[in-house]
Write a new protein. Structure first.
Length: 405
């Protein structure tokens, strides 16, 4: 296969998952027509002119041959790879654009709002941007490595990628201007809080209050107070998830919860919501550490199933599915689970879902129906009756007595 055949095959593989365009240019950045092109050359040139040309020329002039990873202020990302024959540049190949996060679209909308653009042009721009896929940044890094291999036959790693330089001073150049400030007592208070999380100590709120009295979070300029609250919550979440792992919570459960709570924090519309997500998160991790402490005598396969249930508690789980996950027959699994845990699989699932529902009722503004759907209860009536049987009160009564808003 020649280089073009490899590139065509590579693009077809990528487009099995993402509508990501691969375009080739000559050394003067003139588009080379391609049968597999998914967007018009005019649209692609419009995007290229946004941010690629200057970065590509700087990369070429620096004599660098590894791929260039380009992102601009709108959150759009391109991967650029270079085709050389001996010392002569023969072609430039760009993969993109893509978003690395869903909020990039909102960034573009905000940017357009700053300019006096007609409705027709705005509609055309949004139609173009609607076609751009959202791809995890780690996946884009791998695509860059594979694109380079298609063109050069040389294997590299993600450490070999280069990134476009932004305008302005590199932060690493200004280390001499950093003034070390005193943070009296913060480290000790933080360690006390993390130790309580590792131990599943229910008095963790006292340590949190002590830590909060010493520090209001990271000291740098934020765009607004909500962004500061979210960033501080995410830092605390990261610390708590790692402390929970040290306390016995499985990494898969801790990381899944970490992703869930980060999204909940980012979705918060005000500081109160972000704070309540934070409280729920800490309570959740502490309870899970406490549960792990009581599982010392439980066999590895059953403990793994408990971890699996914790990660997939929002899904509809069956005994057959869990038995298969453990590698047992349903009959043997059901008896072994009840003998070691002290209750049936169905009872344990219901208890875990009710525990999660209690946190959602007290710490979120989700409706009872939304919580019922989120936890796969099947029907609101079944959820309400299960909740009342477990707690002695209805979901709405529990929310009224325990709401944290």
């Amino acid at each position: 296969m020649n280089i073009q055949d490899k590139l065509n095959f590579f693009q077809q593989l990528i487009q099995c998952s993402y509508n990501l365009s691969l375009h080739s240019y000559d050394p003067e950045l003139i588009l080379v027509p391609d049968k597999l092109q998914t967007a018009s050359a005019k649209d692609d040139d419009a995007l290229i002119l946004l941010s690629l040309e200057e970065s590509i020329h700087c990369h070429i002039n620096a004599g660098i041959r590894e791929p260039l990873f380009i992102d601009n202020h709108l959150g759009l990302i391109w991967i650029t790879a270079f085709e050389y024959e001996n010392h002569s540049l023969r072609g430039i190949h760009t993969l993109g654009p893509a978003y690395s996060a869903r909020n990039s679209y909102q960034t573009i909308k905000n940017e357009l709002d700053r300019h006096n653009i007609s409705v027709n042009i705005r509609t055309k721009i949004f139609r173009l941007f609607d076609q751009i896929p959202v791809i995890p940044i780690s996946q884009l890094f791998q695509y860059a490595v594979m694109l380079h291999y298609c063109i050069t036959g040389t294997k590299i790693t993600t450490n070999d990628l280069h990134f476009s330089e932004k305008a302005g001073k590199n932060p690493s150049d200004s280390h001499e201007g950093i003034h070390i400030k005193d943070h009296p007592g913060i480290w000790l208070a933080e360690q006390e809080l993390m130790n309580m999380m590792r131990e599943g100590n229910p008095d963790y709120l006292t340590a949190l209050a002590r830590s909060a009295s010493l520090s209001s979070g990271p000291h740098f300029e934020f765009k607004d107070s909500l962004r500061q609250a979210k960033s501080t919550a995410i830092i605390l979440l990261t610390l708590c998830s790692r402390a929970a792992i040290e306390g016995g919570v499985s990494p898969s459960a801790a990381y899944t919860l970490n992703d869930y709570y980060i999204q909940a924090i980012e979705d918060s519309k005000n500081i109160a919501e972000a704070s309540n997500v934070c409280r729920n998160m800490m309570e959740d991790y502490v309870q899970r550490v406490q549960q792990e402490k009581t599982k010392k005598s439980i066999s590895g396969p059953i403990r793994s199933i408990c971890d699996y249930i914790a990660v997939h508690i929002r899904e509809k789980l069956s005994i057959a599915q869990l038995a298969a996950q453990a590698g047992y027959t349903e009959y043997y699994f059901s008896h072994k689970f009840k003998k070691e845990i002290g209750c049936s699989v169905a009872e344990y699932l219901k208890q875990e879902k009710i525990r999660q529902a209690k946190m959602m009722l007290s710490g979120t503004k989700m409706s009872i129906q939304e919580i019922c759907d989120e936890l796969s209860f099947g029907s609101r009536s079944y959820f309400s009756s299960s909740f009342q049987k477990e707690t002695g009160i209805s979901p709405s009564e529990y929310r009224e007595k325990n709401t944290k808003f």
